[in-house]
Design a protein around this ligand. Structure first.
Ligand code: UDP
Length: 329
């Protein structure tokens, strides 16, 4: 199949492109390279550098390529930043995807896999979280993704565009060959920051809050390997072609680790001292997010391969050791 991957130079996007190509698909990538890295784009993918908010650009991509389905990762994704810059998030994440859907409608492309998030749930009432949990986002990032999910629902009804929204829990790890991995600037995510401390690139890791209602007072998250996320997108495309039914799926391992547990596990994996200090809570952070991915396992026939935190951190560590400056090396 010919798949258009928007945001294919970003972290999860680039891993999905590698996985798609490995499975024999042809890939067209759109990325504005404002967060993504040109070096992260697979050599066999056809890269268009441009922005989803530019309709003329999008029309050109759809005119020049016969696209069977779209996977959309192109978005800002930092919880903290979204709280201080909500308009920036709604403009890029919501308006950008609306423009993409307009171009798809024009080009008669009727299938999309959308990159959503556990942040759509906010502070959940039930753990593990299944897809029936209420959506009350506690930050503009989660709200922007939920808004797009709603836009997609109406586009399905009106135009027959079938969609699958994948609500990721916490992505981590790197590609098996060591060619691509996680590289954000500024880095705000827990595991890469911990590993930067292990590398001596940072003095210490700040633990954001020790007064949450969790096992040790620090936030609990469900960490899922990035290639497991990537494989779910391919399963989602297959499902869209097979059943022509839209749906929403959680993707996680179903186990929660506190910030302190993640730090401890990283100390074990890296065999290095990793200094930590307790700081204030970060605005917008829910205390506990753990997925029930039962629906994805049953309906998408998806199965995560990396189901232990140590393996996930090992995979990330390998990337960081070999690329201490990310793609700049
Ligand atoms: N976190 C932390 N220190 C950091 C970065 C993150 O204590 O320097 C915590 C954060 O508050 C959250 C968890 O680690 O509870 C995971 O945060 P991350 O930014 O990696 O992902 P998010 O859950 O926001 O998608």
């Amino acid at each position: 199949m010919n798949i258009l991957v928007c945001g294919g130079a970003g972290y999860i996007g680039s891993h999905t492109v590698y996985e798609l190509i490995e499975q024999g698909h042809s890939v067209v990538v759109i990325d504005n390279l404002c967060k993504g890295h040109k070096k992260a784009v697979h050599k066999e993918a056809k890269l268009y550098v441009g922005d989803l908010r530019d309709s003329l650009f999008l029309d050109k991509v759809f005119e020049e390529n016969k696209i069977d389905a779209v996977i959309d990762f192109a978005a800002y994704s930092l919880v903290g930043e979204s709280c201080s810059e909500p308009l920036m998030y709604f403009e890029n994440n919501v308006f950008g995807t609306i423009k993409l859907l307009e171009a798809m409608k024009k080009a008669n492309v009727k299938k999309i896999v959308f990159s959503s998030t556990a942040a759509t749930y906010g502070e959940p009432e039930n753990i593990p979280i299944d897809e029936k949990e209420k959506n009350v986002p506690t930050n503009p990032y989660g709200e922007s993704k939920l808004m797009v999910e709603k836009v997609l629902k109406w586009c399905d009804k009106a135009y027959g565009i079938k969609y699958i929204c994948l609500r990721y829990f916490n992505a981590a790890g790197a590609y098996k060959t060591g060619e691509i991995g996680e590289d954000h600037f500024p880095e705000t995510h827990l595991i890469p920051i911990i590993l930067q401390v292990a590398l001596g690139k940072r003095e210490e890791i700040s633990i954001f809050g020790e007064d949450y209602n969790t096992k040790d007072g620090t936030c609990v998250r469900d960490y899922i390997h990035v290639t497991d996320l990537a494989s779910a997108h391919i399963k989602a495309i297959e499902k869209l072609f097979k059943d022509e039914v839209s749906g929403i799926y959680n993707l996680g391992n179903g186990t929660g680790f506190s910030v302190k547990e993640v730090i401890e596990c990283a100390r074990k994996v890296t065999q290095r001292e990793i200094k930590a200090k307790i700081c204030e809570r970060r605005p917008g952070d829910p205390s506990t997010l753990i997925a029930s991915s039962k629906k994805a396992i049953e309906e998408l026939k998806w199965q995560p391969k990396f189901n232990c935190l140590e393996q996930i951190i090992e995979s990330a560590w390998k990337w960081h050791l070999n690329h201490p400056n990310g793609y700049e090396d």
